[in-house]
Design a protein around this ligand. Structure first.
Ligand code: SAH
Ligand code: SF4
Ligand code: F3S
Length: 569
């Protein structure tokens, strides 16, 4: 695929994900070379039309791509809506009660759909499925036929009895053979991600990942989480950390480069601890134990995130430029943000000038109660260092307001931190107790009305800070990776970027992101989707920028780099 080819989009039928493009032909059902054999192929109507409903974070979106890929490889067709599906796969999020309620609240509709289509099956997976909860799951989700923990997702096709169809069409072999195992986290039995690296590699090798986009790709590098943030359900849903082997990640990155992807985001609940659980190898002997801010990380000849991003950055096109022009990673835990990583970010041209560094609270006492393992002093020291190494880097964060025992003064410390740091973006939420987590045993003593007020105060403050940041881009030329054709006028109010971009005849509203992860609206030809363009910013809102193309022919690569052919890697 050359850079100028129109981007290929295969949309997954998912809710909670930006408007999908029309569904491309499924690669699942092969056409026999001899037409007379067609009648011996798998019976199309015997296989369910499926719909994947994805809630939650990027990790879930990536997992859904894998499940949809397996279903397509098994010969199933995607449905465009829940109503027309025979198989509904719900990939849940349990981070706050509200996320779980969204799915619980749809049980009546699902039961009604099952009454009208008796062959319909509902599978529930993702973070709401925890071993300890199995008994209660049936009561809370009465429309569901099959529950799979996140680590059991590779078994989806087998458990639905579709493995034989999959084997018959010879896509990725027969049954996956994956069997989820469990361990104990706290007092809870949870799934472990032991086999996920292996099943991922098989899915990548068999082409069984139905990626949402042909421009930007998710690339999971570490499953689970070893941290013990007291409010958080994730370690109980996703189990302990398991890093994917270094070379398998590189193989996947190379295949994404060869397929013409422009951007890759490495995924993990804490990508900064990547590699600590892998076996030591002589080739990583230069990676030694690192010590900073009182913290020691035992790496001893194991790969780390810094090594990984350097290796991905080193995948080069024929002209020597990074084959994947934009590299991102989420999420970073401040405790594990190493000097090695900061140096690698500064030195690798593909690594984007944006860091998501969740702080959660601006008060040390609250942080201690949250089990976050760092102080504000340490957090600010890390930020100073990254800002010195990567001048102008955009910083975003997560904040929880109204955590157990949070006083008004402690909340105000968070407001002062927001002002001091000057975040580009803040994702804030009111604390929601999660059953089984350590904090669920503390009194949830901040009244709901106070949580709401604090949240609104914080968001209002951040709106001003975000606007101030965005105004610094006015008049500047930025590189935008165009990824979306925006439906007419829909963004004008949401995005806060004022009126939509001025359009000439034949032009449509487009949007994309800068390397600093700023959302930019512009007008242009729909063929620009998937390309880098240069835009002069002429309007800044708190959440988005707007501008005009500065050159009729888009650039082919990232910031000021020469043109290159991505296929030549
Ligand atoms: N691994 C990432 C993010 C995990 S969840 C990290 O460590 O930052 C994403 C965000 O959800 C968290 O950063 C936190 O701000 C929020 N969150 C997690 N548990 C929550 C809870 N019980 N109530 C409210 N917000 C929560
Ligand atoms: Fe949850 Fe903390 Fe792990 Fe993030 S680092 S997933 S907040 S336990
Ligand atoms: Fe939600 Fe699980 Fe992600 S709880 S935020 S989907 S890891």
């Amino acid at each position: 695929m050359t850079d100028l080819a129109p981007p290929r989009r295969r949309a997954l039928p998912m809710l909670d994900v930006p408007a999908p493009a029309p569904v491309a032909a499924s690669p699942g059902r092969p056409v026999p070379a001899d037409g007379r054999l067609a009648e011996y192929g798998p019976e199309p109507l015997a296989l369910p039309r499926f719909f994947v409903w994805t809630l939650g974070c990027q990790m879930n979106r990536s997992d859904s791509e894998e499940m949809a890929g397996r279903l397509l490889a098994a010969g199933c067709e995607p449905a465009t809506a829940i109503e027309s599906a025979d198989l509904v796969v719900i990939n849940t999020c349990a981070i706050r009660e509200g996320a779980e309620q969204k799915v619980i609240g749809r049980q009546g509709q699902l039961r009604w759909l099952k009454d009208t289509n008796p062959s319909m099956r509902v599978v529930l997976t993702g973070c709401s499925v925890r071993e300890a909860d199995r008994a209660g799951l049936g009561r809370r989700y009465p429309a569901v036929d099959l529950f799979l923990r996140p680590d059991e997702e590779p078994e989806l096709v087998d458990r639905l009895g579709l493995a034989s169809a999959q084997a018959a069409i010879g896509r990725i072999g027969g049954p996956t053979g994956a069997v989820g195992t469990t361990t104990v986290v706290g007092r809870t039995q949870v799934g472990v991600a032991e086999h996920l690296a292996e099943t991922r590699a098989a899915a990548v090798g068999g082409g069984a990942i139905a990626r949402e986009s042909s421009i930007s790709a998710w690339l999971p590098i570490v499953y689970g989480c070893d941290k013990t943030c007291t409010y958080c359900i994730v370690p109980f849903s996703r189990g302990p950390e398991r890093s994917r082997p270094f070379d398998e990640i590189l193989d996947e990155a190379r295949s994404l480069a060869a397929a013409g992807y422009r951007e890759v985001t490495l995924l993990g609940q804490n990508v900064n601890s990547y590699g600590h659980d892998l076996p030591p190898e002589p080739r990583f002997r230069h990676i030694a134990t690192e010590r900073w801010a009182g913290r020691r990380l035992d790496l001893g000849s194991r790969p780390d995130l810094a090594e990984l991003i350097r290796a991905i950055d080193a995948i080069r096109a024929a002209d020597g430029a990074p084959a994947l022009p934009r590299l991102r990673f989420v999420t970073s835990h401040p405790w594990d943000l190493s000097d090695r990583l900061i140096e690698a970010m500064a030195e690798c041209s593909s690594v984007c000038e944006h860091l998501h560094l969740p702080v959660q609270s601006g008060d040390d006492t609250v942080l201690r109660r949250m089990g976050r393992q760092y102080t504000i002093e340490h957090y600010l020291e890390r930020l100073d260092r990254i800002r010195a190494a990567v001048p102008g880097i955009a910083i975003s964060t997560d904040v929880i307001v109204g955590f157990c025992g949070e006083t008004e003064t402690q909340f105000e410390a968070t407001l002062r931190l927001l002002e001091r740091v000057g975040y580009d973006q803040v994702f804030a939420a009111a604390y929601s107790p999660r059953p089984g987590t350590p904090a669920s045993r503390l009194p949830d003593d901040v009244p709901a009305a106070d949580k709401r007020r604090r949240l609104n105060t914080l968001l209002a403050l951040q709106e001003g800070i975000g606007l101030e940041h965005n105004r610094t881009w006015l008049g500047r030329e930025v590189e935008v990776l165009v990824d979306t054709v925006t439906p007419p006028r829909s963004h004008d109010h949401d995005a806060g970027a004022g009126e939509g971009p001025r359009r000439a005849p034949g032009e449509v509203r487009l949007s994309g992101r800068t390397r600093h992860h700023k959302l930019v609206h512009l007008a242009g030809d729909p063929s620009l989707v998937g390309r880098f363009v240069r835009v002069r910013v002429d309007h800044a809102g708190p959440y988005a920028l707007r501008g005009d193309l500065t050159q009729p022919i888009p650039t082919r690569s990232s910031v000021g780099e020469p043109e290159r052919t991505p296929a030549a890697v």
